[in-house]
Design a protein. Sequence first.
Length: 370
Amino acid sequence: MATTALEIVVSSSPEDPEWDRFVIDGPNPHHEQTALWGKLQSLRGWRSFRVMMRQANTLVGGGQILERSIGRFGKVGYLSRGPLLAVDNGEYRGRLLSAIKQVSRQHHLAYLAVTLPYADYSLTSDLEAGGFSVRHEWLPPRSPMTSTLVLELTQDLEAILAQMRSTIRTNIRQGQRRGTTVREGGAKDMDTFNRLLVSLCERRGVRPNIPQGDFPRELWKAFAPGGYLKLFLAERNGEVLSAILVFAMGHWARGWRVGWSGRCSEARPNELMWWEAIKWAKTNGCRFFDFFGFDTRNARAILEHRAIPDAERCGMSDFKLGFGGRVMLLQPGYCYFGNPIVRLLYRTIGVPLLDSKTFRRLLPRLATPL
């Protein structure tokens, strides 16, 4: 029997419920691939479009790209946690990647960065065969999230709790005994969440890890009505101490951003808050809870069964590890330069230059990824 032809459709509509349903119901749902996220990023000057692949009028794959102009450099594009396929199929992969390159050229993108889904569709070999290169850590987007920790929720809650570090279990019980409670929040609590997030970032000496201004409230408006965003707040004696925003899509829940006032650590608000978020995810049908970030040096040591040197030990990653779960090294990022000469120069000259001591000395600010 003849195979139905694959059709490529490009959409720049700010709302696309069909695409969002494809993302959420697929094997690798992620909020950054939804049209909801694309529309939200317009607040920051980005424009979104989707390269969608259909067969017999059914979506079988695609990827959402955010684009913007960067002065004289031209336009750049980001395809984050995609492209996505309904099934791992060599024909689908090749056709979709060819379409993404073609549409990128039509949009005059000088540079396209790709951050792949967690699961491996064997996309890496197709990307490299198609002219994509592994993205150097100093090229945008310079995100530190190259590993994470994922907790499987297929067992019952008692079994999940039993696999946690004993100190975490003790702290959860202490929090309960010492009067800490956790509740779900709403739109009116987003300002409180943002205040706690900013407070935590200031104590760590880093910039807030979400945009400020209207972004937190607009984020809630975009995702909460569909049940895709949950807010949990830990309180004691009427004071909100810590909070976490959780994206919940398909079988995945992700502890996306947290905030903490720094007060009342003896009341264990953070341990109890994470535990209540995990319990909610399990109760509401999620199979995986993603702690959304883990120190990569620590992850490599754990996966290689090596002791983590004290000088390299990350306190936040160690805290997350106490809840159990599986450490994951995420797939490398890739990039594609629209100009074939630039592609060649990047591979032959650009990477060695970025790795050189001279370049590090000239541009010390780039030594640590943002």
